[in-house]
Design a protein around this ligand. Structure first.
Ligand code: SF4
Length: 322
């Protein structure tokens, strides 16, 4: 069998938060509940699901922005969960995070040139002149010209701000980018420009992406494989074409049936999910999707389904396929 280089290997990741307190017994919320994902070098893994499903928390854990409760994260074969000091700083340089709206992280008192130079200063890279040169070069690469180095963040449009957010992430020449809803705050016309920029940069720099979004059209356009999350768990994982043509999990089927089809495409029958996303603290056992699933049966309330193969390279968490 041909070996595949996995640059990122996430195993049994758990992030839990205590809820309540005082006189009430504390409960534990599992925001991320045993997520395992591997990402190949140069690929884009899409991570999709409704708001509150744990996809952004998974990304923040992978970037080591927040501490994990348990699990393992390997980057290029090395466990990075226990690293400290200099080693941790070196890994942070190779793994960068792009937020939905970088505006909050762009200091309004500093020019864009200073903001882009800052990561290089923090990591002690280059002399002043070399750093300036790299800032100007990066501005050209992300589709702004070097004159923007004298501008401020408040002078930019939303799309230009996101270009700066991406440029800041790339200044340290990382290998792995976690893109957290990078176009959700932008107009549709600007979204496609940013998505195309991300694709160009990926091939130019041989980047690996974890692409987090609630928008299935955007995830379809960007991803090689897609993982679907529901209440802290991955419920389906496969290549992008298989997922959109033949989804197996009832939740994925409902999400995909709700994507508006363009003219000329075969219209899918829309599956309406019952109810809202349940409170994860109120789930008693069994499948966490049972309260909304049109196919739920007695086994679903007794047993938690495991993520099992539903075809070649296709994993699904549902008793109907185990
Ligand atoms: Fe639906 Fe049961 Fe499958 Fe869960 S395990 S998705 S409730 S059929």
């Amino acid at each position: 069998m041909q070996s595949v280089e996995h640059i990122v290997e996430i195993d049994s990741l758990i992030k839990q938060y205590p809820v309540g307190g005082g006189l009430r017994a504390k409960q534990v919320l599992r925001a991320v509940d045993g997520v395992s994902l591997s990402i190949r070098k140069g690929e884009t893994l899409g991570l999709v699901g409704e708001s509150g499903c744990g996809k952004s928390t998974t990304g923040q854990l992978a970037a080591r922005l927040i501490p994990l409760t348990s699990g393992e994260i390997k980057f290029k074969g090395r466990d990075i969960t226990q690293l400290g000091g200099r080693e941790s700083k070196a890994v942070r340089r190779e793994i960068q995070y792009v937020f939905q709206d970088p505006y909050t992280s762009l200091n309004p008192r500093h020019t864009l040139g200073t903001l882009l130079e800052e990561p290089l200063v923090i990591h002690g890279i280059g002399e002043r002149r070399e750093r300036k040169y790299r800032v100007h070069e990066m501005l050209e690469r992300i589709g702004l010209n070097s004159a923007y180095s004298a501008h401020y963040a408040h002078e930019l449009s939303g799309g230009q701000r996101q270009r700066i957010g991406i440029a800041r992430a790339l200044m340290l020449e990382p290998e792995f980018l976690i893109l957290d809803e990078p176009v959700s705050a932008l107009d549709v016309s600007v979204q496609s420009q940013i998505l195309n920029l991300l694709k160009d940069l990926q091939s130019q720099y041989d980047l690996t992406y974890l692409f987090i979004s609630h928008d299935l059209n955007v995830v379809h356009y960007m991803s090689d494989r897609v993982a679907v999350m529901y209440l802290g768990k991955v419920v389906e994982l496969t290549d992008v074409d298989t997922l959109y043509a033949s989804p197996l999990h009832p939740y994925t089927q409902a999400l995909i049936s709700a994507i508006p089809t363009g003219t000329g495409e075969v219209k899918r029958e829309r599956i309406i999910l019952q109810g809202e996303l349940p409170n994860p603290l109120e789930i008693q056992g069994g499948c966490s999707f049972q309260s909304r699933c049109p196919y739920a049966y007695d086994r679903c309330s007794r047993e938690v389904p495991a993520l099992t193969p539903g075809g070649e390279g296709h994993l699904v968490r549902c008793h109907l396929h185990s």
